[in-house]
Design a protein around this ligand. Structure first.
Ligand code: SF4
Ligand code: SF4
Length: 472
């Protein structure tokens, strides 16, 4: 029985409700009147319910689809301006006891090299990431209580925050580890993590059980209820996502939004971010073996509809996607991207060759961070290395209420410009720096509050003179 307030996964991700939603969306995919009214409702920038958003996703009237894309672009611009937040993944360990059939780290894969970084190797990886200019990391590990226990993850976080190399520092560590206990979430919170990220993979329980045949991850309810335990443990920024391609995308879309509605209903705060990975080729994984792959057009429609449904939730796209898909996705709603990523353990110090890969997936966008930063600026965006909210304690509902009231805009652009300036001074190539200095001068004029504009300008001059780490 569907109940968004329930703490039981089968109730807040109720299969009957999703199927009824899909039936309703299908019946109304040509219903011009209903679709127009949903688009009108979405114009108030307060989001949509999963049924309404599912109708937009199903809509097959071309001119209304154009309106959906246009509105997604406008909402993106309203909430995020031209800013794009940059991050990089850091793989700590690929030991894994689970049997996920779509991931090369599954326990039965005996020929992939298993690695776990020592603390000294973490220092080397993070130093390499700092030398690229990264300030925000997403830690990735497989699940293995023996080879990769929680204490190892906690020690690694401590190591990462302690590394200060030249002007570099990692200022926010997000963590993507397997579903765990409230006690362990509490420990992660105490270690100072930013967002706890856990992909649902699929919300379809029967498929989930088949796709995760062995290991602790087989327990669908434990996995699906992980965000509730994380919030109980004090982590108020959580990141959701599904792996598109495993199940029917419309099912996943409805499930994802129902999960967001559940978190909002129970904890008063929805997901901080939503990621949209698609299944990719990797060692012993052939994406064509999965029947539910989606083409680029469908993928972009999903992004646009998520943007409209949850305007205040950050959206993340990784280097799984090509440059051209990322470019289109940025216009429709993506607010964070990775750059210069390596998806293998130890890959920043010793890049692997294509035929000797222990990467979790093949990267489609192989450009360096400097190239990605310049590309973004050439497209009219402002790459941001900002981590201010987390460091000012603006997390969870404090962050969301600022965001929903539009007040967050008064912090984001100045912080983006100051962190971009740091990047240009410390890491950029001369070409990127030249473009970036122009972007900063132009964008400074876009700061609405004169006092904030003046202070930002002063801090940018201070950064030029060697000072670092200003924030609003
Ligand atoms: S998806 Fe995660 S849990 Fe599953 S095999 Fe890969 S690393 Fe392990
Ligand atoms: S000010 Fe907060 S919301 Fe804005 S970019 Fe920085 S961390 Fe993100």
């Amino acid at each position: 029985m569907y109940d968004r307030y329930s703490m039981v996964a089968d109730d807040f991700i109720d299969d009957g409700e999703i199927n009824e939603t899909l039936r309703f969306a299908d019946e109304n995919k040509h219903n011009r009147e209903l679709i127009s009214s949903i688009i009108e409702k979405a114009r108030n920038r307060k989001g949509l319910e999963h049924r309404e958003a599912s109708v937009l996703l199903a809509c097959d009237i071309p001119d209304l689809n154009d309106e959906i894309y246009k509105l997604a672009g406008e909402i993106k611009k309203d909430f995020y301006g031209d800013r794009i937040v940059m991050f990089a993944p850091l793989y700590l360990s690929n030991y894994c006891v689970n049997g996920c059939v779509y991931c090369p780290y599954h326990a039965k894969n005996k020929h992939i090299a298993r690695k776990k970084l020592t603390q000294a190797e973490i220092v080397a990886e993070v130093t390499a990431l700092q030398d690229m200019g990264h300030k925000r990391l997403a830690l990735e590990t497989g699940e293995d209580p023996v080879n990769c226990p929680i204490d190892y993850v906690l020690e690694s976080i401590k190591t990462i925050y302690s590394i200060k190399h030249k002007n570099g520092a990692i200022r926010r560590v997000n963590v993507n580890i397997a579903a765990t206990t409230v006690e362990n979430y509490r420990k992660l919170k105490e270690a100072g993590i930013g967002t706890y990220i856990l992909f649902q993979e699929t919300y379809h329980k029967a498929s989930y059980l088949e796709l995760h045949p062995t290991g602790p991850k087989h327990d669908y309810n434990y996995h699906t209820e992980a965000m509730d335990r994380a919030m109980e443990g004090g982590i108020d920024d959580v990141g959701c996502g599904v792996l598109f391609g495993l199940e029917r995308y419309r099912y996943e879309f409805a499930g994802l939004l129902m999960h967001a509605e559940h978190l909002e209903a129970v904890h008063g705060v929805g997901p901080h971010t939503i990621s949209v990975p698609r299944i990719k080729h990797a060692d012993d994984i052939d994406p064509s073996a999965f029947d539910n792959g989606i083409d680029d057009e469908t993928f972009l429609k999903i992004i646009a509809c998520i943007r409209i449904a949850v305007p205040y939730t950050g959206m993340i796209i990784s280097t799984r996607e090509s440059k051209s898909v990322r470019e289109k996705a940025l216009r429709l709603g993506i607010s964070q991207i990775s750059g210069g990523s390596r998806t293998s353990v130890g890959g920043y110090v010793v890049p692997e060759s294509d035929d000797d890969s222990s990467a979790q997936f093949d990267v489609s966008d192989n450009r360096s961070l400097d190239e990605v930063v310049k590309w973004l600026m050439d497209l009219g965006y402002v790459p941001s290395f900002c981590t201010a909210c987390y460091r000012e304690g603006r997390t969870g509902d404090r962050f969301m209420s600022l965001c929903k009231s539009g007040q967050i805009q008064n912090c984001c652009l100045p912080n983006a410009l100051m962190t971009l300036k740091e990047y240009l001074m410390d890491y950029a190539s001369p070409e990127t720096r030249a473009v970036g200095e122009k972007v900063i001068q132009e964008q400074l004029q876009e700061i609405p509050n004169p006092r904030t504009r003046e202070v930002t300008g002063r801090h940018i001059a201070d950064i030029e003179n060697g000072e670092r780490d200003f924030r609003f």
